[in-house]
Design a protein around this ligand. Structure first.
Ligand code: GCU
Length: 436
């Protein structure tokens, strides 16, 4: 059962990639690889040289030598740089947001778990963008438990096999309309509930498309549409793309958790794969209430260094037919000028310090540049150390199957994009190390 669900998740990711018209040209020679007409470098010797911005130096050049200056001055400065140049600014929490707990605790999984379902209304208008949260808590729990929140590709009823889950919806990007999430078409993304429950953790799923549909045509259907000013047809160049919108929605889940007597809102772990790996990193960087984050194969725009020319680049991401809508419009300025990008992914990881972050990659997922993720972790280490935590204790990349699990963790499986069943052992080990 477990393996079926998890391998299903990998198939799912392939399906997501197809949906987004993502095709890797099969080439005889790596030198000729290209995506959307943009060359892709897969040769280590041609990565070139680059200089990373120093996370421990203020914009005015002053060094940051103590935790207090990092937290009060440099950290907020870096958050703003990411907002303005990569993901886009988000609005404050809406005053009229509300939670409807419409499933208050149904025994499920042979009585081992208690299921709750909650609708998060982002505005007074109940017909407007809203998201359904699916939450399982261990039936045997005494008091509040830590929860693993999955930023999911799938409607809740397709993510978990359990009768009684409300049918969600999918967004058909071509037809520009919503349709009920019935099994079959767009049936991807899966979550295995019992391993979490058996370890005493809660586990939750939210469908990212509830918050903002994953398509350039999705804007009118998502939360960003609520904030367009009269006459505005798209967010301003420094305002939120979809990743920031998904992050904003995940923060509203934490707002709900703070109201649930069964959930320890101070021990929420967040997990996401691929574009949702990028999303969970930005969410935890931006919202310090998240206690721990696991980013699977987040790649370019996530944990992989942008200045390292290997696999996907900013230019590939913002190419008009690909994913520019996931970022703020300013990000495109760096497509041909990555050297002028005021931040890089090591600074995104540094923003999460001193909280634990685990990067999971795959050795054949060259498009996501696993080495670029490792080098970002190495370059983020001085900030973890400044805050009294362990980062990477080596600059030698570990081989596949050899995890480094400190406050900053890195684990590369043998295989491709997404998660494989054995990755979950590392996920739960990491959670047990830090959230028990
Ligand atoms: C594409 C995209 C990646 C992204 C991935 C995904 O491959 O180029 O940046 O991570 O889709 O989300 O599946």
């Amino acid at each position: 059962m477990k393996n079926t669900i998890l391998s299903f998740q990998m198939v799912a990711l392939a399906a997501v990639a197809c949906l987004a018209s993502f095709t890797i040209a099969q080439v005889a020679d790596d030198k000729d690889a290209s995506i959307a007409g943009i060359p892709v470098n897969y040769t280590e010797a041609r990565v070139g040289t680059y200089t990373l911005p120093d996370p421990l130096k203020m914009s005015d050049g002053k060094p940051v030598t103590d935790a207090k200056t990092w937290l009060a001055k440099r950290r907020p400065e870096i958050v703003r740089l990411f907002e303005e140049n990569q993901y886009g600014r988000t609005p404050e929490r809406p005053a009229d947001m509300s939670f409807d707990v419409f499933d208050r605790g149904t025994p499920s999984f042979d009585g081992k778990a208690i299921r709750k379902q909650i609708t998060i209304y982002f505005s007074k208008d109940k017909s407007g963008p809203k998201a359904d949260l699916l939450l399982y808590l261990p039936a045997s729990a005494i008091g509040k438990v830590p929860v693993l929140l999955n930023a999911g590709f799938s409607a809740n009823n397709l993510a978990v096999s359990d009768p009684g889950i409300k049918t969600g919806w999918i967004f058909d990007a071509k037809k520009k309309e919503r349709a009920p999430a019935v099994p079959g078409k767009f049936n991807f993304g899966g979550l295995d509930v019992l391993p979490a429950i058996e370890k005493g953790f809660g586990i939750a799923n939210i469908n990212y498309a509830d918050i903002d549909p994953d398509a350039a045509t999705g804007l009118p259907f998502g939360v960003r549409s609520l904030y367009l000013k009269p006459g505005q047809t798209a967010p301003a160049p420094d305002e939120w793309g979809s990743i920031s919108a998904w992050a904003w929605g995940l923060s509203s889940v934490l707002d709900y958790f703070e109201t649930d007597a069964g959930v320890d809102a101070k021990r929420i772990a967040l997990i996401g794969v691929s574009r949702l790996g990028k999303t969970v990193l930005w969410t935890a960087a931006h919202d310090t209430r998240f206690a721990l984050v696991i980013a699977s194969c987040s790649g370019e725009g996530g944990a992989a260094l942008s200045r390292r020319n290997y696999g996907e680049t900013i230019k590939h991401l913002v190419e008009p037919t690909r994913f520019p809508y996931q970022f703020c419009a300013n990000y495109a300025k760096y497509a041909d000028h990555v050297d002028q990008f005021p931040v890089d992914s090591h600074m995104l990881l540094a923003l999460i310090a001193p909280r634990p972050v685990l990067l999971q990659t795959g050795d054949t997922d060259r498009w996501s540049d696993p080495k670029g993720e490792f080098l970002a972790a190495v370059a983020a280490t001085p900030v973890f150390k400044l805050l009294g935590k362990d980062g990477m204790d080596t600059d030698q990349m570990p081989p596949a199957g050899t995890p480094i699990l400190h406050t900053l963790g890195y684990f590369m499986h043998s295989g491709g994009h997404g998660m494989i069943p054995s990755d979950w052992q590392q996920v739960y080990k990491f959670m047990e190390m830090h959230l028990r």
